[in-house]
Design a protein around this ligand. Structure first.
Ligand SMILES: [Mg+2]
Length: 305
């Protein structure tokens, strides 16, 4: 019988009510809990088997409202060697590894915020696709000094827990990449900050004299499909199987890479993304991903020394 692991995760210590909400769900669906393990006072693992009549997708759908009502994340995945035995993690950048959206920061810098947010809302309402919205937003940046990225670096806030997470994963031998629909100067900078192995993002053309942005985007646009393609490319280059990979992001354009990877985590994502992603994490710290990968707090602390 297939075994799964359910990780219960909360921003503060798990309450009796949070645990009870999960246990009541498990009982109502005739799920057998074969073992439990505390990863910390905020995270617990339950090894489970499902009755033959219950599909894994049904369990996942039934867990969604429990998560919302009880402010708890219920992460479900097969209990096999790939859970802790992953070797590659790919991250989205904006609102995932960093707290801001870089396009909004550039728009504020160039004083074109209203125009940029009008295009963003067209894209969000499905009126234009990602490539078109990126080209239109980039065109508003024509004439912006090419030093813009340099001056934004000091304003970027790296997400809490990102440094600790990446440090531990590197020590564990993981390959790490940022795959961003944003811009390469900042993705490369972040790669240095977090000691990542790869950075892929979009390139904005610079004028011949090097002084300003031309408003044009160069090369392949990093959109949802391209992110999934880059994940496959890195995996192949490093001889890593796709089920040994994890994708983390917050946007709808991260869902394809999440489905391509062995596992996907929606980090403080929009409700629709949380619903469609393999797993959700709604605590403030990216380090909590390590609980989902099966590391106890003790193991995490030892790896940070
Ligand atoms: Mg994002």
């Amino acid at each position: 019988m297939a075994r799964y692991v359910c990780t219960l995760l909360s921003e503060t210590a798990l309450s009796a009510a949070q645990k009870e909400s999960w246990l009541a769900l498990a009982k109502s669906l005739s799920i057998t809990i074969t073992s439990t393990r505390a990863l910390s006072d905020r995270a617990e693992d339950y090894t489970i088997t499902l009755p033959p009549t219950l599909e894994f997708s049904e369990l996942k759908a039934a867990a969604n409202p429990i998560c919302l009502e009880n402010h708890v994340d219920i992460c479900l995945q097969p209990d096999n060697k790939y859970r802790k035995g992953k070797r590659l993690v790919v991250f989205d950048m904006d609102s995932t590894l960093i707290r801001q959206e870089v396009i909004d920061m550039i728009a504020a810098y160039a004083d074109v915020e209203d125009q940029v947010s009008a295009i963003t809302s067209l894209a969000m309402n499905g009126k234009i696709d990602f490539n078109e919205s990126l080209r239109r937003r980039a065109s508003l940046l024509e004439g912006v000094p090419s030093t813009v990225f340099e001056s934004l670096k000091s304003k970027i806030e790296i997400t809490p827990g990102a440094k600790e997470l990446c440090k531990i994963l590197k020590r564990e031998g993981y390959t790490l990449a940022v795959l961003s629909g944003g811009f390469i100067p900042l993705a490369n900078w972040l790669k240095g900050q977090l000691d990542l192995d790869y950075a892929f993002a979009n390139t904005l053309e610079i004028s011949e004299d090097g002084s300003a942005l031309t408003g044009k985007v160069l090369g392949d646009i990093v959109n949802a499909e391209r992110k999934a393609h880059l994940l496959r490319q890195i995996a192949e280059e490093k001889s890593i199987e796709l089920h040994e990979s994890l994708a983390v992001g917050d946007g709808a354009n991260d869902l394809v890479m999440m489905k391509t990877a062995g596992y996907g985590i929606a980090f403080n994502a929009k409700p629709i993304v949380q619903e469609k992603a393999p797993a959700r994490l709604n605590t403030p710290s990216l380090q909590d991903i390590l609980y989902i990968l099966g590391y106890t707090l003790e193991e995490q602390t030892a790896l940070l020394r």
